[in-house]
Design a protein around this ligand. Structure first.
Ligand code: CO8
Length: 256
């Protein structure tokens, strides 16, 4: 059993992983990341699990990002390492050779949007909102978001989202290709329905299709992302951006 993640499997072999820190909008602190890693390592070796749904606890957020309070402590070296650690865990999720569906039930911001993008498919509730607001904190996405968003949306749209830090609604996210569908009901239920179709197909073929589709992704961009994330952790803008969030005020950036 875990403190910040719920992990259940039903009789059809569908595992549900719920990031569960609803009072902090399921923000990803180190403990959540460690528990997610443990859960996905267990999933990789459990042949009875046919598919995975990832969602957020409570009714407001999928995941509102990395825990800004913890980010505040990072310097260049620890920032780069924290970025690489998250990248590896999200890669582990993407490398699950069984379908992984994100049931996006509210805010999916920063690291939360990056977690959603590490899922193979995404179904959003109508109140879901997506954004990569890191630049507003003097940062860039650090859990693979610069790479996965560009692949999903194309460079121009990814640049617009990351450089503005703007939030998009579930409907806009669907138009952009960031989510597969939007449901007016419970996205976890919609994910189960979709899995009903997927899992009626040849299991080996389903796994092979996932493997083939991700085969061409290259790793170099992730290294650049982690290096830059680390460097940003020692800028005055980063201190100002994160302080402003924690003090509930607008940041005043100096550009250094
Ligand atoms: N980190 C820490 N605490 C958070 C976070 C977060 N990302 N998001 C929300 N919370 C906390 C709030 O501080 C608040 O706590 P408290 O009640 O103790 O004051 C509680 O959750 C509820 O949040 P709000 O009161 O702010 O709720 P609102 O409904 O007013 O606002 C928002 C909801 C708009 C989602 C708002 O909470 C918000 O803007 N959150 C931050 C979103 C954000 O900037 N996310 C990106 C973070 S940076 C990131 O994800 C980097 C990823 C890469 C890292 C790589 C290496 C480490």
């Amino acid at each position: 059993s875990y403190d910040t993640v719920l992990f259940e499997t039903d009789d059809k072999g569908i595992a549900t992983v719920t990031v569960n820190r609803p009072k902090k909008l399921n923000a990803l602190n180190d403990k959540v990341l460690n528990e997610l890693a443990d859960v996905f390592k267990a999933i990789q070796v459990d042949e009875d699990i046919e598919a995975v749904i990832i969602t957020g606890g409570g009714d407001k957020a999928f995941v509102a990002g990395a825990d800004i309070k913890e980010l505040r402590e990072l310097d260049n070296r620890s920032g780069r390492m924290a970025s690489q650690k998250g990248q590896q865990i999200f890669q582990l999720i993407e490398d699950t050779r069984r379908p992984v569906i994100g049931a996006i039930n509210g805010f999916a911001l920063g690291g939360g949007a990056e977690l959603a993008m590490a899922c193979h498919l995404r179904i959003a509730s109508e109140n879901a909102a997506f954004g990569l607001p890191e630049v507003g904190l003097g940062l860039i996405p650090g859990y693979g978001g610069t790479q996965r968003l560009s692949r999903l949306l194309g460079r121009a749209r990814a640049l617009e989202m990351i450089l503005t830090g703007k939030q998009v609604s579930a409907d806009e996210a669907q138009k952009l290709g960031l989510v597969n569908s939007v449901t007016d009901g419970d996205p976890e239920e919609a994910a189960r329905e979709l899995l009903g179709k997927i899992l009626s197909n040849g299991p080996v073929a389903v796994r092979s299709a996932i493997k083939a589709i991700y085969h061409s992704d290259h790793q170099n961009g992730y290294q650049v992302e982690a290096d830059l994330f680390g460097e940003l952790c020692e800028t005055e803008d980063f201190i100002e951006g994160t302080s402003a969030f924690l003090e509930k005020r607008k940041p005043e950036f100096k550009g250094k």
